[in-house]
Design a protein around this ligand. Structure first.
Ligand SMILES: Nc1ncnc2c1ncn2[C@@H]1O[C@H](COP(=O)(O)OP(=O)(O)OP(=O)(O)O)[C@@H](O)[C@H]1O
Ligand SMILES: [Mg+2]
Length: 405
């Protein structure tokens, strides 16, 4: 019988007890919030590869802003937290509507605010009462009015806040998703500028998105990236990975009284396989825990879990890489990716790929062309003979899959 109550959950945000690392980023976001509380707002942008832990960090810090968790200095903050996950169908109108709707929801949770400002919110009176359908075409006039109303709602809330709360934290996860027409960057800029003009500067913006989000925001408005302090998430350190595994097992003991141990070798192997990618770590740890039957996870459990049908490499491939990946049926093509995976951070010359893969020139050329067309690899814009893999996580997966999987 496999051991029950698997504490490793790749598809859920990191629960506070399993959260590891990110000390610098936490300190930086704590600072942004504290400065905002003092009327000197700072905004932050969390950037990183898929599965690196952006949403988990943002959610953790939403808890700090709300005061559920203390800052690193032990302070309890008290922000109204407006937290949204955006998506690719968001438009300018739906974006503003979501912000206004969530602001209203969060304010109505606070008894004191209910009577104080809720009735004065313009957005409600103008757009909700008239029954305006937000998602249909609206005129330019209406569009700019929509933002003005939102701005004036933020001003009424923040200028009437006295000491009731510290400010508003407006957090957008998946901020790379909305199309340029949604003008996310511009909305952020105009909101913060208005708070400053009206001298109620207690709004902290926090965004999270994939690499490239800064350029995306810049395309909307050149000044937008300067608004944000940029926090680039890197893989976790080896010891932090081991910490996550140990904390997971401690959690099972605390919650269910079930004692499951892991050998040092097995923990180190899981950390090594994941190369610090938190999502990978959860997938490998989940699989090894599931494989175990005697409540001691050892090296055999880890290696057996890798070769299972629908094991960790298949799961990772399906989530991140399957759509760009065609080498399973073409072993030669696989050699090209394998060679490139040794240099995940730098551009590689065609000649170097041929040498490293030990394949025929024509085979490498065909593979490069096929991979390029599918977006599996990137080609340098100016120097066409240079190629690289799009992410480092992809390199980790390629090497692991064909070595261990
Ligand atoms: N600091 C951390 N400590 C422990 N586990 C973490 C940490 N950060 C993330 N994880 C785990 O890694 C997985 C992916 O995390 P998360 O969803 O936050 O990443 P993401 O960058 O938002 O991914 P995506 O790009 O898919 O939105 C989750 O299982 C989460 O529990
Ligand atoms: Mg996320």
């Amino acid at each position: 019988m496999p051991t029950k109550h698997n504490p490793f959950t790749p598809d859920k945000l990191a629960p506070p007890k399993l959260f590891a690392g990110r000390k610098q980023e936490i300190a930086d976001i704590d600072d942004c919030l504290r400065e905002t509380k003092d009327g000197n707002p700072h905004h932050f942008l969390i950037e990183g590869e898929a599965g690196i832990g952006k949403s988990s960090l943002l959610a953790r810090q939403a808890g700090v802003a709300m005061g559920e968790v203390g800052t690193q200095d032990g302070e309890r903050l008290d922000f109204v937290v407006v937290s949204l996950a955006l998506h690719d169908q968001d438009s300018y109108v739906s974006l503003i509507r979501k912000i206004a709707g969530e602001l209203k929801k969060q304010l109505s949770r606070r008894q004191a605010m209910k009577t104080l400002v809720l009735q004065t919110l313009q957005f409600l009176s103008r757009f909700e009462v008239q029954g305006l359908r937000y998602n249909h075409e609206i005129s330019k006039d209406d569009e700019s009015q929509l933002l003005e109303h939102l701005q004036s709602d933020f001003v009424s809330v923040l200028s009437g806040k006295r000491n009731d709360f510290d400010g508003i934290a407006l957090l957008f996860d998946e901020a790379d998703k909305p199309p340029p027409e949604a003008r996310l960057g511009l909305v952020c800029k105009l909101l913060t500028e208005e708070m400053s003009r009206k001298r109620c500067d207690y709004l902290c913006l926090g965004l999270a998105g994939l690499p490239g989000i800064l350029e995306q925001l810049k395309a909307g408005h050149a000044a937008v990236p300067r608004l944000f302090e940029r926090l680039e998430l890197k893989p976790l350190l080896h010891d932090e990975c081991i910490g996550v595994i140990r904390k997971g097992l401690a959690e099972v003991y605390e919650e269910h009284g079930l004692e499951v141990a892991i050998t040092e070798d097995a923990a180190a192997e899981i950390a090594r396989l994941s190369e610090g990618y938190p999502y990978f770590l959860q997938v490998f740890a989940h699989a090894a825990y599931r494989e175990d039957t005697d409540r001691l996870i050892d090296g055999d459990d880890v290696s057996r879990s890798l070769s299972r049908k629908n094991g960790p490499y298949q799961k990772l491939g399906a989530k991140f890489f399957e759509h760009v990946y065609l080498a399973d049926n073409a072993p030669d093509y696989r050699g090209v990716l394998f060679a490139m995976a040794d240099h995940p951070r730098s551009w590689m010359e065609r000649g170097a790929i041929i040498a490293a893969s030990r394949l025929k020139e024509s085979t490498v050329d065909n593979a490069l062309r096929a991979f390029k067309e599918r977006g599996t690899i990137l080609q340098h814009e100016k120097r066409r003979g240079l190629y690289r893999l799009p992410t480092q996580a992809f390199a980790v997966w390629i090497k692991g899959k064909w070595t261990n999987g």
